[in-house]
Design a protein around this ligand. Structure first.
Ligand SMILES: [Zn+2]
Length: 342
């Protein structure tokens, strides 16, 4: 099969489009033909060797995909050739205490597709039979891969963990990111008022087009002050951050007394000095998450198929041009998802 193969860590030039042996599904495993793969920030971290999850070389990146079952291994009963599927990137063990409770997202012995195993930047990849979610019939592959991780992550953060309810005001940072643009839509669907932040007026304009009520350009205004101004000095009940660094500090300032901060990433600064006085004086709470369950994924895919959540695709690339897609994502001029089509 053709794949983007990494032989060492480094820049996009290390992503080689090569022929490599197609994986053979073992007992209980399923081989999937990739129709669309998403490009994620974590792919760049793994490429650079800074994700903390690096495996062995040669390696194939790609944590998410949509495609169809090409071949099943011995003992696979729930899938057949041609089934339309998406892999759940948390390759859970299926047997630990958390898996048995239906919390496979916090499995105690998991692999991550495209990090600790070969991923979806390839014509084929294999996963265990319980690592797949069925796609709704009327959801295309590009839309499915664009919807899956961003909407499932945003749903888990805002609804499951953040307990967002109708009428609340939400701050969603990084409007142009996959989870940011998804978070705006999930919050609106839940009946919230949405304030969002981004680094350009162009991104904020697009954010308003998908439902954001207010936009803050963080290059012109401080997120904390601007949010307080928009909320009559009160702040927001819930904030979704995936930026970290100084943005996280501003987000804490933006919270109302009793507010909840949910963090799903920290690409702009993973180590942040925070004054915890704010937390106990204002009764604010901090929650971390980032890996949804399969049940949440199935739910958001159905909402996308029903047109209630709209995947935002910035650009499609041929698989061989994956390096170009990485350069574009790193340029931070993207609004929505980058999709690779093998
Ligand atoms: Zn487990």
């Amino acid at each position: 099969m053709k794949a983007i193969v990494l032989h060492r860590n480094g820049g996009p030039e290390q992503m080689k489009y090569e022929s490599i042996a197609t994986p053979e599904p073992g007992p209980g495993e399923v081989l999937v033909r990739t129709r669309a793969a998403g490009v994620n920030h974590v792919d760049i971290d793994i490429r650079n060797g800074i994700s903390g999850m690096e495996g062995r070389f040669p390696h194939i990146l790609g944590v998410d995909a949509a495609g169809e079952v090409a071949k099943v291994g011995a003992g696979v009963t729930q899938w057949k050739k041609g089934d339309r599927v998406a892999p759940h990137f948390v390759l859970s063990c299926g047997t630990c205490a958390n898996c048995l409770k239906g919390l496979e997202n916090i499995c105690l012995r998991f692999d991550i597709l495209g990090a600790t195993t070969w991923g979806s930047y390839a014509e084929y990849f294999k996963v265990g039979q319980h690592h797949l979610v069925r796609l709704p019939d009327n959801l295309g592959y590009d839309d499915a891969v664009s919807a899956y991780v961003p909407f499932a992550t945003a749903w888990e953060a805002l609804i499951t963990v953040g307990k967002l309810s109708a009428g609340e005001t939400v701050l969603v940072n990084a409007a142009g990111s996959g989870v940011g643009s998804a978070g705006i839509q999930v919050a609106k669907l839940a009946g919230a008022r949405v304030i969002t932040s981004a680094g350009s007026d162009t991104k904020l304009k697009r954010a308003r087009a998908i439902g954001a009520d207010h936009g803050i350009n963080y290059r012109k205004k401080k997120i904390g002050d601007a949010t307080l101004k928009l909320t009559g000095g009160l702040g927001v009940e819930i904030a979704l951050d995936m930026v970290g660094g100084d943005t996280l500090k501003e987000t804490i300032k933006a919270l109302a007394p009793g507010g909840r901060l949910v963090t799903v990433g920290a690409h702009a600064g993973e180590v942040v000095s925070v004054d915890f006085i704010e937390f106990f004086r204002k009764h604010i709470s901090l929650h971390g998450c980032g890996r949804s369950t399969k049940a949440i994924a199935a739910q958001v895919l159905q909402l996308a198929a029903d047109g209630k959540l709209k995947p935002v695709i910035h650009k499609r690339f041929k698989l061989k041009d994956a390096g170009e897609a990485h350069r574009l994502l790193e340029s931070r001029t993207v609004f929505g998802r980058l999709v690779l089509n093998p």
